[in-house]
Design a binder for this molecule. Structure first.
Ligand SMILES: NC(=O)c1ccc[n+]([C@@H]2O[C@H](COP(=O)([O-])OP(=O)(O)OC[C@H]3O[C@@H](n4cnc5c(N)ncnc54)[C@H](OP(=O)(O)O)[C@@H]3O)[C@@H](O)[C@H]2O)c1
Length: 338
């Protein structure tokens, strides 16, 4: 089968379209014919092995390969069709259309991936293309985890910092669907889309520092690693919650102090990405409460361009690689509403 592989850490040029052995399905696994995979910031970080938050560099490098990557096919989030099921699998049948997360195994940048049926894999939303569905699991699962932990009440004021990113865009939609008054902070190119997604207010981080505006919030969800922790905490109303999705070590240490000694809660987390959460996202999508925006769909041959576009930070929505020409490879800026 064809797969995008990398044998060393480095720039987008280390990615190559190769022929590799098709995975053999084990008894508790499903073999998925991948139709589309999201190209995420995390894929780019794993490829180059550079991170905006550095505290986990050494343990992660030891886990994934010191001199070269042990798993040579990237790709954590996908949509596709079940091609084969292991003999112990009862949940899925051949031909089922699914979307999900490959977890730490990765491998979604190939035409086929074999994964345990117990992984976060669920039926694809009926009202989405494969490209749109592949753009859901990373952002949707992480945003849903954090927005549920924020215990948002209708009418509360919620600020999302980094609202135009893969995770932030779902946080805006989910907070809006929970009845919050949402303020989105990102660059101006994303304002229109974020307003469509339910943001009531927009702050352009290039021209305005949201920590100096005087407005206060019940919840701040922060995906920006270099933002001001104390600046955010001082904007929280009594019983306010600060959630860090991309925390520096100093934020992790200071958050326990804030929670213990003030009337505010600060927490950081690594979302678990469960099957139940994926099914909840599908229901929200099919009910029209949330959607996905795909900026560009690239064919496998142009994976380096896909990574460059994610790293250039000029996209509005997700970057997707299509494994099959039927899946709109080459199309740009599709929205779920179109
Ligand atoms: N905690 C967890 O469980 C978890 C899970 C998955 C991933 N992560 C981490 O989360 C990070 C990626 O998140 P993502 O995929 O949502 O990233 P992303 O798609 O790259 O989005 C980041 C967004 O933040 C915006 N931004 C940049 N600087 C900003 C600033 N100073 N103020 C406000 N907005 C700003 C960017 O806008 P511009 O591009 O226009 O500058 C972009 O829209 C990765 O580092 C990954 O390791 C954490």
């Amino acid at each position: 089968m064809r797969a995008i592989t990398y044998q060393k850490y480095g720039p987008p040029e280390v990615l190559h379209l190769s022929h590799v052995a098709k995975p053999v399905v084990q008894d508790d696994e499903v073999l998925i014919r991948v139709r589309a995979a999201e190209t995420t910031k995390a894929d780019c970080e794993m490829r180059s092995f550079t991170f905006s938050v550095m505290w986990f560099w050494l343990p992660l490098r030891i886990a994934v390969g010191v001199r070269r990557p042990r798993r040579q096919v990237l790709g954590g989030y996908f949509s596709g069709e079940i091609e084969e099921v292991g003999k112990n699998v009862i949940e899925f049948s051949v031909g089922d259309q699914v979307f999900g997360s490959a977890g730490l195994r990765s491998g979604a940048y190939g035409e086929y991936v074999a994964l345990p049926a117990s992984y976060s894999i669920a039926s694809k939303p009926a009202n989405m293309s494969f490209a749109e569905a592949a753009a859901v699991p990373l952002g949707g699962l992480n945003a849903l985890h954090f927005m549920r932990r924020a215990r948002i009440q209708p009418g509360e004021k919620v600020l999302i910092n980094g609202a135009g990113g893969s995770i932030g865009a779902y946080a805006v939609q989910i907070a809006h669907s929970m009845g919050a008054e949402v303020t989105a902070v990102d660059s101006s190119t994303k304002q229109e889309v974020l307003k469509q997604f339910g943001a009531d207010h927009f702050i352009d981080y290039a021209t305005t520092d949201f920590t100096t505006g005087g407005q206060t919030y019940d919840v701040i969800f922060d995906m920006v690693p270099r933002s001001s922790y104390s600046g955010s905490i001082k904007l929280l109303n009594p019983n306010g919650r600060y959630l860090a999705g991309n925390p520096r070590l100093s934020v992790m240490l200071r958050s326990s102090f804030t929670t213990r000694f003030t009337d505010k809660t600060a927490l950081f987390a690594f979302a678990r990405e469960t099957k139940a959460e994926l099914a909840a996202l599908r229901e929200m999508i099919e009910a029209g409460k949330i959607g996905s925006i795909v900026d560009t769909v690239y064919p496998m041959e142009r994976v380096a361009d896909a990574h460059r576009r994610v790293e250039a930070e000029q996209r509005v929505g997700a970057i997707v690689i299509a494994m099959d020409d039927r899946d709109n490879a080459g199309t740009e800026r599709q929205s779920a509403e179109e």
